[in-house]
Ligand binder design. Structure first.
Ligand SMILES: Cc1cc2nc3c(=O)[nH]c(=O)nc-3n(C[C@H](O)[C@H](O)[C@H](O)COP(=O)(O)OP(=O)(O)OC[C@H]3O[C@@H](n4cnc5c(N)ncnc54)[C@H](O)[C@@H]3O)c2cc1C
Length: 410
């Protein structure tokens, strides 16, 4: 039977578009099936850490709204301080712009896209993969599931066993334009309010994206936390150098959305099907950052598909291996650091405030110059101390999450 493409990709987010781009520039016949019509709004902070620039193989700076050089930290709304970096740490954008741009790059490399095509199910025979959408059937040699947190592909291929969910609330908030201008290089971060969660403000062209997120088990606290965070920003009683608060004028599209977290090394392929990005649960459990991991896994998926189609490998096993070795090692390390933070949030908050080398290390992780796993390496021959600390902090963190009861967030 004739196929519709060598590779069908479900979803045109960052994972899907980067996989499509990499395949198309190497002459592979790629078809993307995307359920919505672009450009489309997506609830997301759309903060890109600097390290993503090493991964995207073309210039993406035209879609950046702002470049971040400062972070204002608070711990449970207290102990406010600002840290600055000469080097850019992050870039903020809007997902409708970023995703449309990445998809356009994939299209100009030769990928085809069909919008309004929702993938419902995947099945595979020895020779090919059959993709069922709500309009009909498509066939390909290989399929990449890049269809986000509720991935129909990962469900069909039984690749969701080790994914748990976090939750985030976010809105686009219009404030006094002077404030947007004044804080266009600053991210606001409140952490330590509840275990495994934090609040953020990301400056955009003409507004702020403001959100909070954390473990699903604490979801009932999230809306009160969001409201408290907004009050804190609005009144400005602790915003450094502001004089007054943000003066919130309008809140647009306040929405919640799950964040998938893969908590174990797992299978990221099954037969001729691979999953990338959120479909594989590849987000940072500490920060919720997922765009970098979507881009990286999309590229790795493209390499695995290319090698398979060229006959250089007979299975997609190498994809699972590379995701586990490169990305999961790092994400599991991030989870250990998250637990450590949950155990002693104020202590770490003060270390970031008082110790230049801690702040520099923080910046280097965002810039991709250091890895989370370097923390373990820093223990040298005392690695067992790190292992003991990890066990203890996991226990404390789980306990704090289970018994959390903050009366000010009700
Ligand atoms: C509130 C919030 C804030 C966040 N902030 C940040 C941040 O600041 N920085 C960061 O790095 N990450 C952030 N994330 C995480 C980030 O949004 C995701 O990790 C990232 O979008 C994953 O990219 P992806 O390509 O895997 O999936 P997605 O971006 O979700 O793309 C999936 C695509 O597939 C399409 N699709 C879905 N189902 C189907 C189907 N059945 N058939 C066909 N198409 C389908 C969707 O329409 C979508 O276009 C945030 C998440 C949330 C919830």
């Amino acid at each position: 039977m004739k196929t519709d493409a060598d590779v069908i990709i479900a979803g045109a987010g960052p994972a899907g578009s980067l996989a499509a781009y990499e395949l198309a520039i190497h002459g592979v016949n790629v078809l993307i099936l995307e359920k919505s019509i672009f450009p489309r709004y997506k609830v997301c902070g759309a903060g890109l850490t600097h390290k993503i620039l090493h991964e995207i193989p073309f210039d993406v700076s035209s879609v950046f709204d702002t470049t971040i050089h400062s972070i204002q930290f608070s711990c449970d709304f207290k102990d406010v301080f600002t840290r600055n970096s000469r080097e850019p740490m992050m870039y903020c954008t809007m997902r409708e712009k970023l995703d449309a741009f990445l998809l356009d790059m994939a299209k100009s490399a030769g990928a085809r896209v069909q919008f309004g095509e929702k993938v419902k199910m995947i099945s595979q025979t020895e020779k090919m993969v059959e993709v069922t959408t709500h309009t009909g059937l498509f066939h390909a040699s290989l399929v990449i599931g890049a269809d986000g947190v509720s991935s129909a592909v990962s469900r069909s291929a039984d690749l969701r066993d080790n994914i748990s969910l976090g939750l985030a609330w976010e809105a686009e908030v219009k404030v006094d334009p002077e404030m947007v201008k004044k804080f266009s290089k600053t991210v606001f971060l409140d952490w330590g309010t509840f275990p495994g969660g934090y609040g953020w403000v990301f400056p955009k062209d003409d507004h702020f994206s403001i959100g909070v997120g954390g473990p699903v088990s604490l979801s009932k606290y999230m809306m009160p936390y969001y409201q408290k965070f907004l009050r804190y920003l609005d009144t400005g009683y602790r915003i450094q150098d502001a004089g007054s608060g943000f003066q919130v004028l309008e809140t647009i599209s306040l929405k919640s959305w799950p964040i998938p977290i893969c908590n174990k090394k797992s299978n990221f392929h099954h037969g001729k099907i691979l999953v990338a990005g959120d479909a594989g649960g590849l987000t940072d459990p500490m920060t919720g950052e997922g765009i970098f991991y979507a881009v990286r896994s999309g590229k790795l998926a493209a390499v695995a598909c290319f090698d398979y189609l060229q006959g250089k490998s007979y299975s997609l096993e190498r994809y699972t291996e590379s995701i586990n070795q490169e990305l999961m090692n790092e994400l599991l390390e991030a989870n250990r650091i998250k637990n450590l933070f949950n155990m002693v949030p104020l202590k770490i908050h003060h270390l970031v405030r008082d110790k230049d080398h801690v702040w520099r290390a923080f910046g280097k992780v965002l810039r991709g110059e250091r890895l989370y796993s370097d923390v373990r390496k820093g223990f040298g021959k005392w690695k067992f101390l790190w292992s003991i600390t990890c066990c203890l902090s996991k226990w404390v963190s789980d306990y704090k999450e289970k018994h959390f009861n903050n009366t000010t967030l009700k």
